[in-house]
Design a protein around this ligand. Structure first.
Ligand SMILES: C[S@@+](CC[C@H](N)C(=O)[O-])C[C@H]1O[C@@H](n2cnc3c(N)ncnc32)[C@H](O)[C@@H]1O
Length: 278
């Protein structure tokens, strides 16, 4: 599908990633989004073909359009959750500040105790836990530990740089486990090799569905744990808008089709499904 020269693509990737909140994304992931945009936009390709040089193209309004469109897509699925980690020291004393550098864990800090209490009441303590689209949630280990869970954790998220940071932080905080960088829309089969008793899918499915509709059905084929915990935001980022709970009907349909049983509980801002997968 490559329409642009490699060096031209590199220039575009660098320009997209100039935005701080996108800087940690893998080049290959950004490249796929640029190529997809080009492949689906004949007007853009025509303008590109008609422009004498790439230098000239890089000054065109089409170039600006590409940057805007790709950044917008990447912000929705990734950038919007990124806080600033600059100068944040990773240590047990500083855990709250570290958790605050990802918006999803930041929102959950006041409720971790409530959440893990609900989970330990329903799920036997696992030895292994898989956390999909994990952000920094594996660093909430000390809260789990307080409630009697001390699993080895495998965290999976999209950016290799973020997963390096997370695995260093886990080491630093004595959290057993490892991380995997993978695109769960395209590479969910990496999960087949992971043996986990519980899988967390926290605030992830809406994001994946943004990238590809119905991808959750495929993802569930690669989750082999006995227990699956899925959560959804019930408030928009920043807490201004309530997200309609009717939005979850599609998910309950998925659970029915897969003949899975579940219970729900909620904390402010988040609705949890505890699913038994036997
Ligand atoms: C709303 S955040 C939730 C983070 C974490 N699960 C939590 O609740 O604390 C969504 C996460 O999904 C990740 N993500 C988005 N698209 C992804 C993909 N295709 N594959 C893997 N992770 C993805 C983002 O990087 C982000 O960390």
């Amino acid at each position: 599908m490559l329409l642009l020269e490699q060096s031209e693509l590199n220039d575009l990737i660098t320009a997209v990633k100039a935005k701080k909140e996108l800087a940690n994304l893998d080049d290959t992931f950004v490249r796929e989004k640029i190529e997809k945009l080009f492949a689906g936009n004949a007007k853009l390709r025509k303008k590109y073909d008609a422009t004498k040089s790439f230098k000239q193209f890089s000054k065109s309004k089409e170039w600006e359009f590409i940057l805007k469109a790709v950044r917008k897509e990447l912000r929705v699925i990734y950038g919007v959750f990124q806080g600033d980690r600059t100068g944040v020291d990773v240590s047990a004393e500083n855990l709250t500040a570290v958790l605050e550098t990802h918006i999803s864990t930041r929102e959950r800090i006041p409720y971790f105790d409530m959440i893990y209490k609900e989970l330990v009441d329903r799920i036997p303590a696992p030895r292994t836990l898989l956390d999909l689209g994990c952000g920094l949630n594996p660093l909430s280990y000390s809260y789990m530990k307080k409630h009697g869970w001390t699993p080895s954790i495998v965290g999976v998220d999209i950016s290799a740089a973020d997963m390096d940071f997370l695995s260093d932080a886990m080491l630093q905080l004595n959290i057993p486990g490892k991380t995997i960088a993978a695109d769960l829309v395209k590479q969910a089969d990496v999960l087949d090799a992971v043996d986990a008793e519980v899988t967390f899918v926290l605030k992830l499915l809406d994001t994946l569905e943004e990238a590809e509709r119905h991808v959750s059905y495929k993802l569930f084929e690669h989750i082999h744990s006995k227990w699956i915990v899925v959560s959804f935001a019930t408030k928009s980022l920043g807490g201004k808008k309530n997200i309609s709970s009717a939005g979850r009907t599609w998910f309950e349909r998925l659970l029915h089709r897969k003949e899975l049983s579940w219970e729900t509980f909620s904390v402010p801002n988040e609705l949890f499904y505890v699913i038994t997968n036997v």
